[in-house]
Unconditional design. Structure first.
Length: 246
């Protein structure tokens, strides 16, 4: 038996590994020892009720927030040991992030929103626009290229936000309830487009959702409960917990 309080080491072949993450906001413990592996090219759903720490986990994994304790490893490097400059380089080149409400820049057209990460990466306007147009096409919103976010539906905006997250060819995309503000049909269309394009590009996706139907699009599902990751769906974990408590 293992008597020592040791975190298991990161799994071989994992693209991103988190071990023993703890993060508190004042007296609220958002993460209480969360561990997780995201494999190359895999779509992993993280489910859990509101307040269970899902967004905090995503922010720690994507290097937006530094955990109080624990380690996040990406490509053999510990994110916590990187300089701010190196970390933002990883975020720009290797990661894409999508939030619940997309967070497109309201003054820019759909095309310019998607081209922006390419321009920031030093790609010239012509080729950047061309590639942005291709990604709008992949998500079925090329016809909306010249519209601003205020002129598009929620589903169209989310497709544009996903195109923007994937356009640089990241190794991993972190999506925080990307269909949370959409109706069922729009949510399913966005998920179909995301799964299709991520698989085609070999991009790993960490998909946060509290919707079992959305989680069903993933290759694998884990559940976050009170800041700790459990394998299996939220339902299974809930039943397990009820059995132990009851
Ligand atoms: P989820 O995304 O699953 O709803 P969060 O990770 O957003 O959960 O939040 C987990 C807990 O941490 C909640 O109790 C939330 O109120 C708290 N929390 C998250 N972010 C902050 C913050 N920036 N300041 C204070 N409390 C926070
Ligand atoms: Mg959240």
């Amino acid at each position: 038996m293992n008597t020592r309080e040791e975190q298991p080491s990161s799994e071989a072949g994992a693209l991103i590994s988190a071990r023993g993450l703890r993060k508190s906001y004042g007296r609220t413990e958002a993460l209480r020892g969360a561990s997780l592996d995201l494999h190359e090219g895999e779509i992993l759903a993280v489910t859990g009720t509101s307040g269970s720490g899902k967004s905090t986990l995503l922010h720690c994994l994507s290097g937006i927030v530094r955990p109080d304790e624990g380690v996040v490893t990406y490509g053999g490097e510990q994110l916590g040991l990187l300089s701010e400059a190196r970390l933002s380089e990883f975020r720009r080149h290797d990661f894409g992030v999508v939030f619940q409400f997309g967070q497109l820049i309201p003054e820019l057209t759909a095309l310019d929103n998607v081209a922006l990460p390419l321009l920031l990466a030093g790609i010239r306007r012509g080729p950047a626009n061309e590639r942005a147009g291709e990604w709008l096409e992949r998500f079925g919103v090329r016809g909306q290229a010249d519209l601003r976010p205020g002129e598009m539906s929620g589903g169209q905006s989310q497709r544009v936000a996903l195109a923007r997250a994937l356009v640089t060819g990241p190794k991993a995309v972190f999506a925080d309830e990307p269909t949370g503000a959409l109706d069922t049909l729009a949510g399913e269309q966005v998920m179909t487009a995301l799964v299709h394009t991520a698989k085609e590009a070999g991009t790993a996706v960490l998909l946060i959702t509290h919707d079992a139907q959305i989680a069903a699009y993933a290759d694998r599902e884990v559940a976050l409960r009170d800041g700790v990751v459990h394998s299996g769906s939220a339902d299974t974990v809930g039943r397990e917990a009820a059995r132990h408590e009851g």
